[in-house]
Design a protein around this ligand. Structure first.
Ligand code: KG4
Ligand code: ZN
Length: 336
């Protein structure tokens, strides 16, 4: 039986990405053009600059994805594209490119929710993993606990009430004078810091809540840095980074285990840029091990933004018969 090949395009933030994935799992190509070096000078993503750079790169990235996959557009069954949530100007670039290609080559168009894409990164190069399971999605803009009941069937168990986990990482990194994006910098610096040097507050919210709140933790770190500076004391950056990361990771691990318990599953998956964090990967693995929970974490390259995850998601929508037409629009926020 021949495989179902999905070409996917992702441009929701500062990565212009395209990928070809066979049968939702086999990654034939995964091309990512990152704009990080361009936005670093501004300390964060500048939406208009992101859109303009997507326009300059999208055709080359798509051509490269087809070339690396060694596949012709005539062997593509459908084009999956992120149409939200994200920066609307950035989304529109990938979406309109996908629409143009679908129109020209008479291909099926499938719009994909970015967070659903992150969840589906767990299927990439992984023939075993399938629903049902609990999923923690931790990215720059989102922190969600989700019950994945089936492909395309989700129930939201909890979410952040203020900052996303990645946002907290990036803001704390910025206050420590680390370059954007700060998550990976905090991860690196923490390795030489003492995680119990500073007792930052751990916000768990109500006893039965699976929601998150990271703004108190973030403010406590900023206050600590300010008060150290005012008192003329040294700022021990590795200790601050490690102590902040320790608390944040602890909350993510505890709430994820509580979510798995709540829905009665022994399977947990994590996804999103923050899932690339080494402390989160280690602590989640140890906690799941001690409780007999099967944990799946995609390799870091599938955790941060990529189009392979959009293709995986698009494949499952495609085989369920989902079709979009050329009126498909882009949305900065979108319910899962
Ligand atoms: O999923 P993603 O690439 O983009 C969004 O959809 O937001 O996530 C980006 C976020 C950023 O906040 C970045 O700092 C964070 O993921 N991140 C990390 C690590 N790598 C990326 N956070 C902590 N540790 C890391 N190693
Ligand atoms: Zn993302």
């Amino acid at each position: 039986m021949s495989s179902v090949n999905i070409l996917a395009i992702e441009s929701s933030c500062d990565e212009t990405a395209a990928a070809v994935v066979a049968d939702g799992r086999r990654v034939l190509s995964n091309i990512i053009h990152s704009q990080i070096d361009i936005h670093r000078a501004y300390g964060g993503v500048v939406p208009e600059i992101a859109s303009r750079n997507h326009i300059m790169k999208v055709d080359m990235v798509v051509a490269e994805a087809l070339a690396v996959a060694n596949i012709s557009i005539s062997d593509i069954h459908a084009i999956a594209v992120t149409n939200g949530p994200g920066l609307v100007g950035a989304l529109l670039v990938g979406l309109n490119f996908a629409k143009g290609l679908c129109f020209a080559r008479d291909l099926l168009l499938i719009g994909v929710h970015h967070i659903e894409g992150h969840i589906c990164s767990n299927y990439l190069e992984n023939p075993e993993w399938m629903p049902p399971y609990a999923a923690l999605v931790v990215s720059g803009g989102h922190t969600h606990l989700v019950h994945v009941r089936n492909y395309g069937d989700y129930a939201l168990l909890g979410r952040t009430r203020d900052d996303a986990a990645g946002e907290a990482f990036d803001k704390v990194a910025r206050s420590l004078g680390l370059p954007y994006p700060g998550g990976v910098e905090i991860d690196k610096l923490s390795k030489i810091g003492n995680p119990t040097a500073i007792a930052f507050p751990k916000t768990m919210l109500e006893a039965d809540s699976l929601d998150f709140s990271f703004s108190g933790l973030k403010s406590a770190v900023l206050n600590h840095i300010n008060s150290q500076q005012m008192a003329g004391r040294d700022i021990i950056k590795p200790d601050i980074a490690a102590s902040f990361q320790h608390v944040l990771v602890d909350v993510l691990v505890q709430k994820s285990l509580a979510a798995a318990e709540r829905i009665g599953t022994d399977k947990l998956a994590i996804a999103g840029g923050v899932a690339a964090n080494s402390a989160l990967r280690e602590k989640m693995a140890a906690a799941c091990d001690s409780r007999g929970i099967r944990l799946n974490i995609p390799p870091p390259i599938f955790c941060t933004d990529n189009a392979a995850m959009i293709a995986a998601c698009g494949y499952y929508k495609h085989i369920r018969g989902h079709r979009d037409d050329l009126s498909l629009n882009a949305y900065p926020s979108m319910p899962l």
